[in-house]
Design a protein around this ligand. Structure first.
Ligand code: THU
Length: 132
């Protein structure tokens, strides 16, 4: 993975609004055009209304008119790389092929490289809605 994607995730993480969990997360996606879109978690006093960093990055990407992710990076200040939550796995699978690389990283420099397909095996997709 190129350093620029992880650097973008690390930078945007500082803008996270996480007063309830005190757990800031940054995410960045690269698209087919080569552009990078980033997002941070934005919590809310009504807890379920909070949004994950990955969702923010995806929203920024779609707002720019892009829909094809080629690479993902997520970073948090944790002892081990933080796995994307289940909802974010589904959100990433909407815009990324199974073999798209996801780099999970810690601020201290631990990284875990995986793929969208490995994060969400057996994903529900549009083919499941085909009529028999
Ligand atoms: N969080 C993310 O932003 N992404 C993940 O993949 C895991 C969890 C956020 C949501 C919440 O604001 C905080 O981390 C604690 O769960």
């Amino acid at each position: 993975m190129s350093d620029d994607l992880l650097a973008a995730a690390r930078t945007v993480r500082e803008n996270a609004h996480a007063p309830y969990s005190n757990f800031k997360v940054g995410a960045a996606v690269r698209t087919k055009s080569g552009a990078i879109y980033s997002g941070c978690n934005v919590e809310n006093v009504a807890y379920p209304e909070g949004t994950c960093a990955e969702a923010g990055a995806i929203a920024a990407m779609a707002a720019a008119g892009e829909y094809e992710i080629t690479e993902v990076a997520v970073i948090a200040d944790s002892p081990e790389p933080v796995p994307c939550c289940g909802g974010c796995r589904q959100k990433l699978a909407e815009f990324a092929a199974r073999d798209v690389t996801v780099t999970l990283a810690t601020i201290s420099g631990v990284t875990l490289v995986t793929t969208v397909g490995d994060l969400l095996p057996g994903a529900f997709d549009a083919s499941h809605m085909d009529k028999a």
